[in-house]
Design a protein. Sequence first.
Length: 109
Amino acid sequence: MPRYSKKRGNGSAYSGISHHKVCIVSAIDSQDNMFLNIVGLGVETFEKYKDCKYKFDDTELIVADSKPCIRLFANDLGVEINQIKTDPRGKRYTTDLGNHLGDLNQLDT
């Protein structure tokens, strides 16, 4: 006789990224210089990026994922941004110019 599965709870008020996780801003320039900075807890925000603005003085291009806070940060710096668009099929990992986040993702692992 099959056993029925037990129903557990109705979800959580804290679904998504935990507010206990550490948010780290990471960057690599064209000479492979790395920048890692712990900026707080929880999800990334424009304010957390703005705290690292002093490291991006001579920036010309930002290659990033499609988070709106990164777009705001690039506009605040006055630099060009090349974002990877969200693909509903999840198979696109490069920008229109051919840039990708592979190097930065390797750094984060």
